[in-house]
Design a protein around this ligand. Structure first.
Ligand SMILES: C[S@@+](CC[C@H](N)C(=O)[O-])C[C@H]1O[C@@H](n2cnc3c(N)ncnc32)[C@H](O)[C@@H]1O
Length: 194
């Protein structure tokens, strides 16, 4: 089986507009993205899994493979994910179809989909993810920007609030992890330690 890095790099060259990263996320990033999943109930959805850095970390948190659904646009990544993660449901479908995969009361969504500066995609992906989310559910999103990839205006429109989980400087490139939940009060970004 080719290495994650080799598969990732060849697909990044073929489909740069979709992959938008130089390498799979590091294990440290994957741990930060998946924190709290061990307490989540119900189905878990991962969108934009690539070669499965976050998938591995989700399963390592004790999530049974049959609770996990992956939505990945790239057919080559899907083939690799099916071979690597038996029992996990791998759908070769865009994340925009998250509300059409027969799931409800989802405990958490883990997102590697590049949504920065793409408001239509945010509306379609993040908005629809919260349409099928359980009341206490959350979405984690990786970004390479210092700011929340979902702007305060878009958070207000979608009725969610952001929490900055932290930065992984050793990721290539350095990665930020944001968590989104349904909003209890006004829009804005909180830092975890505040
Ligand atoms: C930056 S890579 C992240 C891969 C992996 N999560 C990681 O961190 O190593 C983005 C991934 O999202 C996938 N992707 C991009 N747009 C998508 C969409 N609309 N729906 C599902 N997957 C998408 C790409 O094919 C790629 O696998």
């Amino acid at each position: 089986m080719p290495s994650d890095f080799a598969v990732f790099l060849s697909e990044m060259i073929r489909r740069p507009g979709e992959v938008r990263a130089l390498a799979p996320s590091s294990a440290a990033t994957a741990r930060l993205m998946t924190e709290g999943l061990e307490r989540a109930r119900g189905p878990i959805v991962e969108i934009g899994p690539g070669t499965g850095s976050f998938t591995r970390a989700i399963l390592a948190r004790g999530i049974a493979p049959e609770r996990l659904t992956l939505l990945e646009m790239n057919p080559r990544f899907c083939a690799e994910l099916r071979a690597r993660f038996p029992g996990v449901r791998v759908l070769n479908r865009p994340a925009q179809e998250i509300d059409r995969i027969d799931l409800s009361q989802v405990g958490a969504v883990v997102s590697g989909v590049p949504i920065l500066a793409r408001p239509e995609l945010q509306r379609a992906v993040v908005g629809r993810a919260f349409d099928i989310m359980a009341p206490g559910g959350f979405l984690t999103q990786i970004t390479y920007s210092g700011k929340s990839p979902v702007t305060p205006d878009m958070q207000a429109e979608l009725g969610i609030a952001a929490l900055r989980r932290g930065t992984v400087w050793t990721n290539l490139p350095p990665a930020r992890v944001f968590e989104y939940r349904r909003r209890a009060s006004g829009p804005g970004v909180c830092d975890r330690n505040l």
